[in-house]
Design a binder for this molecule. Sequence first.
Ligand SMILES: Cc1cc2nc3c(=O)[nH]c(=O)nc-3n(C[C@H](O)[C@H](O)[C@H](O)COP(=O)(O)OP(=O)(O)OC[C@H]3O[C@@H](n4cnc5c(N)ncnc54)[C@H](O)[C@@H]3O)c2cc1C
Length: 412
Amino acid sequence: MQDSAPFVVAVVGGGPAGLLAAQRLAEAGCQVDLYEAQATVGRKFLVAGHGGFNLSNAEDAAPFAARYAARQPEFTRYLAHFSPTDLRTWAADLGIVTFVGTSGRIFPLPEHKPTHLLRAWLERLRELNVTIHTRQRWLGFAPENGLRFRHETTGQELTVRPQATLLALGGASWAKTGSDGRWQPELERAGVPVVPFAPSNCGAEVAWSAFFRAKVGRQPLKNVALSCAGVSVRGEVLLTDYGLEGTPVYALTPQLRAALATGGPARLHLHLKPDLPPAQLLEKLRRRRAGKSWASFLGEALRLPPPVPTLLRELGPSVFPADAAAVAELLSHLPIPVRGLRPLDEAISTAGGVAWDAVDEHLMLRARPGTFVAGEMLDWEAPTGGYLLQGCLSTGAWAARGILRMSELANE
Ligand SMILES: Cc1cc2nc3c(=O)[nH]c(=O)nc-3n(C[C@H](O)[C@H](O)[C@H](O)COP(=O)(O)OP(=O)(O)OC[C@H]3O[C@@H](n4cnc5c(N)ncnc54)[C@H](O)[C@@H]3O)c2cc1C
């Protein structure tokens, strides 16, 4: 990069955003030290790998960026700079082959485990001379661009003075992975506005009756649609003893959160037969013979076996309607009152974080020139389906770009 001494950068936080930024900076010739509070890096990344590990999504650029809702303009830039295609090339360069699933989600081949990816990534960072300092908790800033750390085991304190800093400290869910949000007061003390954390992509709580909880327990409802505030999402919903889980519920957390913020319960609507046109649904329901119970008719004619009849009794009118049109309405708009969201620590991701007006177009903190932020610690949210990791990696790459620009200016 330059003939003189390398530009010295501290990356704080060893999640995907920090690791990718460290790689990009080291590849460009910077001297990179990465500080991580836990004994190992990438813990939440490995947790993400326990389920269906989707790294990104093959959706077109415009609808992809729209997944970041109000932050669409910013993410259009970040995704153009480090796109899903770039992500696949990057993974391939680490020896991890990816494929596009039928849903459009991008996965590593089943034999290419998240641990393999992380191991290859860390080996690459080692080759690039990135020094990883584990068990070093960032405590806050010190004068003259200083960063204060405390060793989590020995308690020894350390102050470093890099030429630039990237904070990639993650959100505030799954605290056991290290993403505990404890950085919030430190940034606020430094004059950085932080939007309060809230759960995103999490389950919803429903006050089921004791009878329902005992009878239904935990059961899936396949091929259904859930809607809230005019947004409808298809997929599988899991009934649990405390409420609902599943992709459609997660995707509707922004709408549920907004409805709950008004003080009352929020309402989801469940469509149990979203593939059946309304006229066909009605026609099928009209074929029920007198005397045939609704429970067995729904199971046989509409393939709506238990627990659907119990669910209809739980959420529908106290007297089950006899009229086919009223039953059709119930099957396609079953109201579910949601009394709250599951706790933040259980959530797949975090809404809230460093406010957008706290950063400039390079993701540098306005209150602290030379300090950049990336990943989930910024105030954005997106649904599951690969948009979270892609968002973290793209913001990491974008912040690294900003730091490299700063190093070039310092060299002029
Ligand atoms: C169950 C689950 C499943 C998921 N599945 C997927 C999926 O399939 N696809 C997808 O796209 N996303 C998925 N995600 C989300 C994804 O894992 C996160 O969005 C991503 O890891 C966030 O990356 P990050 O680098 O911003 O932060 P993190 O990965 O949270 O990393 C932040 C790091 O900073 C460290 N740190 C925090 N504070 C300090 C401090 N004061 N000093 C030093 N270090 C500190 C932490 O220990 C941590 O290592 C899943 C998440 C969960 C919980």
